[in-house]
Design a binder for this molecule. Structure first.
Ligand code: CIZ
Ligand code: SF4
Length: 319
């Protein structure tokens, strides 16, 4: 509509004026994903957001996503100004892994290599040997296993459990979870598959094991988008945040995309396949942070030299 078009035009102009670029996660509002594409920014998963932000020449990055993504951008590019539509956008995995408790857990297991998911605070990253995202976690854990290393994994228990089952690695798991993916229900998914027998089931591994077991493809957001491009099925049932449908529709315009069920017995769920923190990213907030320089991400400068090591290790490994 006219208001949306007006916001988009004003943001595009402000991006230019501030030598800024917009980077949006797959789970944000499709309006923001389209705007990022139209203005020369990028839409991607957290690994590629990190790489894009670091390599792009803009001096200001506007990170539409959640707080850990902004912090990662700052750690990798401390000389750049990192703005977020709102600093309140966080993540249940980050919240569920406070540095003091995590640090004590690491201290109890000094013989283990510490591998943390990107969905963590800068302080937790600074305590880690490796950072991984769901797109590279399997490869990195396999690599560590080949070197005979035992792993301490945080924070997502479901992703950790999935990787442990796939690799057979010795992994001690922190018990965090994602409030979006933990809502998917296996029983209801089975019922839906009976309605659509020709469908392929695509599942993000932050989902519970019972849901992962039913999947035709288990993978990161980029891997799931790719599956809609390469699989022949006319229908896909998708267990991850519904924001991803924007890119899946681009990848496979002639297929039917269906949300995996989140509430098996009519019970209510907290998130219903849409991350409440991702949803805080709106056009007015993007414009406001650009115009006012508000919601700038700052990371304790003392943490940066330590936190950059495990992040750079991941970027080098996946290059
Ligand atoms: O659930 C998330 O926040 C994901 C999938 C992040 C990412 O790695 O892109
Ligand atoms: Fe965190 Fe889950 Fe939201 Fe991703 S979808 S930001 S893992 S709460």
């Amino acid at each position: 509509d006219a208001e949306t078009a007006d916001y988009k035009a004003r943001i595009a102009e402000a991006l230019q004026r501030h030598n800024a670029v917009l980077v949006a996660h797959y789970y944000t509002d499709p309006v923001l994903q389209a705007l990022a594409e139209e203005t020369g920014g990028c839409v991607s998963d957290s690994l590629e957001m990190a790489r894009f932000g670091k390599e792009h020449p803009a001096t200001t990055l506007v990170v539409a996503g959640v707080r850990f993504m902004g912090e990662t951008a700052k750690i990798l590019s401390p000389e750049k100004r990192i703005l977020m539509p709102t600093l309140e956008a966080t993540c249940s995995l980050d919240l569920g892994c406070p540095i003091d408790e995590f640090s004590a857990f690491c201290d109890q297991h000094p013989e283990r290599t510490v591998v943390v998911y990107a969905n963590t605070s800068a302080a937790v990253k600074a305590r880690a040997d490796w950072v991984v995202t769901s797109s590279c976690a399997l490869d990195i854990v396999n690599h560590l296993m080949d070197r005979g290393e035992k792993i301490l994994w945080a924070p997502d228990q479901h992703l950790g459990d999935y990787i442990q089952r796939q690799t057979g690695a010795d992994m001690l798991l922190w018990q965090g979870s994602c409030i979006v993916h933990e809502e998917f229900k296996a029983k209801a998914l089975l019922d839906l598959k009976k309605v659509w027998p020709e469908a392929a089931i695509l599942v993000h591994p932050e989902s519970p094991a019972s849901v992962v077991e039913l999947a035709d493809v288990v993978g990161s957001t980029s891997q799931l988008i790719n599956a809609t491009r390469t699989l022949p099925n006319p229908v896909f049932i998708v267990a991850t945040d519904r924001g991803i449908f924007y890119k899946m529709q681009q990848a496979a315009p002639d297929r039917r995309l269906i949300e995996a069920p989140t509430a098996g017995d009519g019970a209510t769920c907290r998130s219903c396949a849409n991350c409440p923190w991702m949803a805080m990213n709106t056009l007015p907030r993007v414009l406001q942070s650009l115009e006012q320089g508000s919601d700038e991400i700052l990371v304790d400068p003392q943490l940066i030299p330590r936190a950059v090591l495990p992040l750079q290790r991941m970027l080098d490994f996946t290059r």
